[in-house]
Design a binder for this molecule. Structure first.
Ligand SMILES: Nc1ncnc2c1ncn2[C@@H]1O[C@H](COP(=O)(O)OP(=O)(O)O)[C@@H](O)[C@H]1O
Ligand SMILES: O=C(O)[C@H](O)COP(=O)(O)O
Length: 459
């Protein structure tokens, strides 16, 4: 698509997400008084957190016509983010053909831009998301439904802006950078069919639990579109959507930092997904497989076999990691394996935790299983959300190491009980006075989760 828009003190900024404050500031620095105003919908407390951590370069300059509105406690839409969404909708609809709507979006935008289609209420939207997430829905699935049930999602914001020129800069928090799903695609044409929502509910086995008003809106859309062929009626949207950052950038920076510290590095994948516990176990079994290769022992417990049989990791990948790590460790170097992505958790218990807590704790349980073989090695894992929040907890994630479970046992804390109850936050808070919890506060970015494992021989 090609369009021309003339920059002439006509830029209205609309921003929504956990990472957009720094983006607002950068656009202010570049565009100066071409920005005539705007609204940013951001999480509670983020301005104070960024100021406290000295990230002044991420704080927007004060401008009377620019409002920064905080909302969406615990990443769930609330009355504040709803009120902000209404203001944003009003601003978009007031724009003229000569205006530019510069939209800045990042993950978290979905909860910060809620405007349910009537008769759906805010409470019902919250309920739907909670049910889907509890049943391990991916964010892609949740946002597919949001696109069909909310006014500003699925291109709704750009549509509201009418003839104004729409340019969106998007920071990706979803595997594969799908621009129509990040923050539920407020400025992206939605090609998905409403039928898909019902298929998602069926696959998750939650159809009966979803509020009736939501089912009704989806069913109405299905019958409205049933007369048309393969695709629903597509709203015409003229927007220029650009991905400006994603987790590959974060992993590449972490990789460089590890190299600068002297580690031999390997990036397993930037698209890790599936059940969180599996990823924790995979990292720990990689450590086991590496140590098997270095020691040359016929392993009592074959980690390589486990990686292949239980997790379908190919022999090529395993050989590649283990030979690279072994060649480093044999010559006294340290090894670092990095990964990134976004997992899910099938919530069975009623504890407090997050994906990263589950990854850290499940890796520690495997380390414990392999403790005999790993005893001459220093092995650590950090699993954390780049946004600084691991689920509804006060931590970004947690560290795991080879003697964590033993340490817990000595403190009469049973790791399995905590993991089964999805209570990893309390596990890490309790063990050794919380020294393995990773607490950063909101970081001002949001490019999914990072997993880092270091392996070194004990000196
Ligand atoms: N007690 C818990 N233990 C483990 N994971 C949990 C728990 N409660 C919520 N979660 C998970 O936390 C995720 C939501 O966390 P959040 O940090 O808001 O995600 P995102 O970074 O994608 O915004 C969901 O995947 C959910 O399953
Ligand atoms: O980071 C987040 O908050 C989640 O991944 C959801 O974000 P989104 O639905 O706004 O993309």
């Amino acid at each position: 698509m090609f369009f021309i828009c003339r920059l002439n003190r006509n830029v209205h900024v609309i921003a929504a997400g956990k990472a957009v404050l720094g983006m607002v500031r950068a656009t202010q620095d570049v565009l100066g008084d071409h920005i005539v105003g705007g609204i940013a919908s951001v999480p509670y407390g983020i301005q104070e957190t960024l100021k406290k951590s000295g990230k002044w370069e991420m704080i927007p300059k004060e401008q009377s016509s620019f409002q920064i509105c905080e909302g969406a406690k615990n990443n769930a839409p609330d009355t504040n983010s709803l009120a902000t969404s209404k203001k944003i909708h009003d601003l978009a609809t007031s724009l003229q053909g000569s205006d530019i709507m510069l939209t800045l979006l990042s993950g978290g935008g979905s909860a910060l831009l809620p405007l349910p289609k009537p008769p759906i209420t805010l409470e019902e939207m919250r309920e739907m998301v909670a049910i889907m997430v509890k049943h391990a829905a991916t964010i892609s699935d949740v946002n597919t439904v949001r696109k069909h049930t909310e006014v500003l999602k699925g291109g709704g914001l750009a549509y509201a802006a009418g003839n104004a020129s729409v340019i969106s800069l998007i920071l990706s928090d979803i595997i594969g950078d799908p621009i129509d799903k990040i923050a539920s695609g407020p400025t992206v044409t939605d090609f998905s069919k409403p039928e898909t929502c019902m298929e998602i509910f069926r696959d998750l086995n939650v159809t009966d639990k979803i509020p009736k008003s939501i089912i009704k809106v989806v069913e109405n859309e299905i019958s409205e579109f049933s007369g048309h062929s393969a695709l629903p009626v597509i709203r015409e949207i003229y927007a220029h959507n650009v991905i400006v950052g994603n987790n590959k950038l974060a992993v590449s920076a972490a990789n460089k930092a590890a190299e600068a510290l002297g580690y031999r590095t390997f990036v397993l994948s930037t698209e890790l997904c599936g059940e969180a516990r599996d990823i924790g176990e995979i990292f720990a079994f990689f450590a086991g497989a590496i140590v098997d290769v270095v020691s040359g022992d016929k392993a009592k417990f074959d980690s390589k076999q486990r990686l292949e049989d239980s997790f379908g990791i190919s022999e090529n990948v395993i050989n590649c990691v283990t030979s690279l790590a072994a060649s480093a460790l044999k010559y006294g170097e340290r090894f670092c394996m990095l990964g990134a992505g976004e997992t899910v958790v099938n919530l069975k218990g009623n504890g407090k935790g997050g994906r990263n807590g589950e990854i850290a704790l499940s890796s520690a349980l495997v380390f414990d299983l392999l403790s005999e073989k790993l005893r001459d090695y220093d092995i650590n894992i950090l699993s954390a959300g780049t946004d600084g929040q691991d689920g509804p907890t006060e931590s970004a994630g947690a560290f795991s190491h080879t003697h964590l479970i033993q340490e817990a046992k000595e403190q009469n804390i049973d790791a399995n009980t905590y993991l089964e109850n999805n209570d990893t936050f309390h596990f890490f808070q309790k063990v050794s006075n919380g020294e393995n919890l990773f607490v950063t506060g909101m970081t001002g970015t949001n490019v999914m989760d990072l997993h880092i494992m270091t392996v070194a021989r004990k000196s």
